[in-house]
Design a binder for this molecule. Structure first.
Ligand SMILES: Nc1ncnc2c1ncn2[C@@H]1O[C@H](COP(=O)(O)OP(=O)(O)OP(=O)(O)O)[C@@H](O)[C@H]1O
Ligand SMILES: [Mg+2]
Length: 251
């Protein structure tokens, strides 16, 4: 199966703080990886490394066989906290349409295909009726839905979702998860989430990140890994997680 993302011995430091330590990860076409881990564990940093926004001090990162920067136009990204204070006058429609820029190239005119994709993406997140609204005049959850639409509009090969459902109401969350379920067959997805029950239903593989990545290439959470990464007993974390996810790991 084709390799989509590969990280080898990746290290990231902010000043003296080591945030990612010897991270190794291979993701193949069609994989859906969920990443959990404590606050400050380096999850958002890892996504930024895959996007090429942060360059590791050490290690190799490849996305679709190229450097992250060269593959970025094939990646849809929903950041953890989208910009909240957007004062400049830009409409919901334009924000999503701009997501087509990577496929179109800067300074090229948008085509009917771009407009059609924008329409569809807004429809999917149920924000079509807000298309002419200024982005700064939306509620937080509505804005998050627009960012999801923008990540989807370019029909990316890879989707990086940093707690995408945060701030979104239950009905819309369910619809979003159903959408991910459908997208699964077409796109390779990494989703960070603290909502373990959602993650365990959707994903094929789960990793725990706390500086080091604890990953066994499966959906089973290994109790020792969780304890290592969270520094607290599994019971606490396992609360609310469907039983089948927590198996004792056999080496
Ligand atoms: N630009 C930065 N400069 C300095 N330190 C940073 C920067 N970005 C993040 N950090 C630090 O790096 C560590 C990892 O941050 P990161 O955002 O990757 O964590 P996270 O796992 O996404 O956490 P959360 O669950 O809270 O979103 C944290 O200790 C954070 O304070
Ligand atoms: Mg984060």
């Amino acid at each position: 199966m084709a390799e989509v993302i590969s990280l080898k011995d990746v290290w990231v430091k902010y000043e003296k703080l080591t945030v990612l330590e010897n991270v190794n990860l291979t993701i193949n076409e069609g994989d859906f990886l969920g990443i959990i881990g404590p606050n400050g564990g380096g999850k958002s940093t890892l996504l930024k490394v895959i996007l090429g926004l942060i360059k590791p001090q050490k290690g190799e990162v490849k996305v679709l066989g190229k450097s992250p920067a060269r593959s970025r136009h094939l990646i849809g990204y929903v950041p953890q906290y989208g910009p909240t204070n957007i004062d400049f006058p830009i409409s919901v429609w334009e924000v999503v349409l701009m997501g087509r820029m990577g496929t179109r190239g800067l300074f090229k005119h948008y085509t009917d295909e771009d407009r059609e994709a924008t329409y569809k993406a807004l429809e999917v997140v149920d924000m079509l009726e807000f298309r002419d609204r200024q982005i700064g005049e939306l509620s937080g959850g509505q804005r998050q839905r627009v960012f999801i639409a923008r990540a989807l509009v370019s029909n990316p090969k890879v989707l990086l979702l940093d707690e995408p459902a945060t701030g979104i109401d239950t009905r819309m969350q369910n619809e979003f998860y159903e959408l991910l379920e459908k997208l699964k067959s077409e796109v390779t997805i990494i989703m960070i989430s603290h909502d373990l029950s959602a993650v365990s239903v959707l994903v094929d593989k789960i990793a725990c990140l706390n500086g080091k990545l604890h990953y066994h290439g499966s959906k089973e959470l290994v109790p020792e890994d969780i304890e290592k990464s969270y520094g607290c007993p599994v019971d606490l974390i396992a609360h609310g997680v469907p039983h089948r996810v927590l198996h004792i790991h056999k080496h």
